[in-house]
Design a protein around this ligand. Structure first.
Ligand code: TYM
Length: 388
């Protein structure tokens, strides 16, 4: 893992699904990337400065292939990009994505603000990672346009998320919702990450991004982008389900508030929501139960396993012969222990706005710097360079 990028759409306070499926893994990834950058002598944001020897080693060993291609082309920006982009983790507030659904535009500013506070409260550290607001780096919109001109309508028609989000009256959905995957591919390739940690609902978008990387590379006839790998959580945490329907994903935008736990929920909210969470009429939990037969109960077991850091199998054994109400009681306690301190910190940060402004100003500068290196190459490959 040399470079990581991910993001959340500020369509509401992050849910337990966002936390277990994505955010939580970002915390250790930011450390891993910054440690490995230091070991490999790659420049990173980490406060401790590199020795001259480290910097020299970095330049020598750094992505030989790319450096060679760049040298052959007489354009050093390819090498400069690999050297500058690696060693960074970038976590984005995907506010341009929020705009694809008109309802999300209400209080967008406030929702973006709450999302940064949630990033910080969960442990993302601006000293180790770049935290930034997508709309403040204009290259996202620009590259998304170029990406759209490389995307066929047929390819977009195969994307399932449009069908899910647009619903039956898809002619009323925005054009932005339709071309959303192009924006997401642009978000990712702008920073050339090796890995993208996401929940499994983003899998199709990641495949799309990898295809786009290949297409650009073919067009450029060199390795302009490396197709990034997804990182998914194990034990089902990559897909946490609604508390009201074990067959539906837990989502920020579900009209039923009882369907999700938010990172800002109080202990009472959590207790109430878990108490009302649907289960089934099959009685006590058994180690022989199967997920397809008891999706709602398995969802609670999955959440429990993810919070404890155990396996779903261990959880089934631990609750063998016990009632769902016991599982719910234990789960409430676990959730209160993990979620409430995060919520308290979010509220504290929301009263300390200057800290957040500073994080976003710095993040926008850092992200724009990296993005501009990529855009320079994209312009060149596309024939969009000035004449003089
Ligand atoms: P979003 O805001 O829908 O979700 C943010 C992250 O949370 C994961 N996630 C879940 N994981 C497990 N269980 C769930 N119920 C659950 N719900 C959401 C998502 O998979 C995601 O990882 N398009 C993206 C944001 C985005 C992005 C990017 C991500 C924009 N550009 C570039 C990665 C790279 C989105 O709307 O995520």
């Amino acid at each position: 893992v040399r470079q990581v990028l991910s993001g959340i759409t500020p369509s509401g306070v992050p849910t337990l699904g966002n936390y277990l499926g994505a955010l939580r893994s970002w915390i250790w990834l930011q450390r891993a990337v910054s440690n490995s950058a230091r070991e490999n002598g790659v420049l990173s944001l980490d406060a401790s400065p590199l020795s001259e020897e480290d910097a020299r080693r970095a330049l020598e060993s750094y992505d030989q292939d790319i450096a060679e291609v760049a040298a052959n082309q007489g354009d050093l920006s390819f090498a400069a990009r690999a050297q500058k982009t690696d060693g960074h983790s970038l976590f984005m507030i995907a506010d341009l994505h929020a705009m694809t659904v008109p309802k999300n535009m209400e209080n967008l500013r406030q929702k973006s603000f709450e999302l940064v506070a949630s990033y910080l409260a969960c442990g993302l550290d601006p000293k180790q990672a770049v935290l930034f607001q997508q709309s403040r780096v204009a290259a996202h919109s620009e590259f998304a346009w170029i990406m759209q001109c490389y995307t066929s309508v047929g390819r977009l028609n195969r994307m399932t998320q449009f069908k899910e989000k647009a619903g039956k009256r898809s002619e009323n959905a925005t054009a932005g919702l339709y071309t959303y995957p192009s924006l997401m591919a642009a978000d990712i390739l702008l920073y050339n990450p090796t890995h993208v940690p996401v929940g499994d609902d983003q899998m199709q978008h990641l495949e799309f991004t990898r295809d786009m990387a290949d297409r650009f590379n073919d067009r450029a006839n060199l390795e302009l982008f490396r197709p990034p790998d997804a990182i998914y959580q194990e034990s089902g945490a990559a897909r946490i389900m609604s508390l009201r329907d074990g067959n539906k994903k837990m989502s920020k935008s579900d009209p039923n508030e009882g369907s999700r736990i938010l990172l800002t929920d109080s202990a009472d909210d959590i207790a109430r929501k878990i108490k009302k969470a649907v289960t089934d009429t099959a009685g006590a939990i058994s180690r022989a139960d199967r997920k397809n037969d008891r999706p709602a109960v398995f969802n609670l077991l999955t959440i429990s396993a993810a919070l404890r850091g155990t396996d779903l199998r261990d959880e089934l054994i631990a609750y063998d012969g016990r009632m769902c109400s016991e599982l719910k009681n234990d789960l409430t306690e676990l959730l209160v222990d993990v979620i409430c301190p995060i919520g308290d910190e979010v509220h504290r940060l929301l009263d300390d706005r200057d800290v957040i402004y500073k994080v976003l100003d710095d993040g926008a500068d850092r992200a724009a710097e990296i993005a501009s290196i990529t855009m320079k190459d994209v312009h060149q490959v596309m024939g969009l360079t000035p004449f003089s």
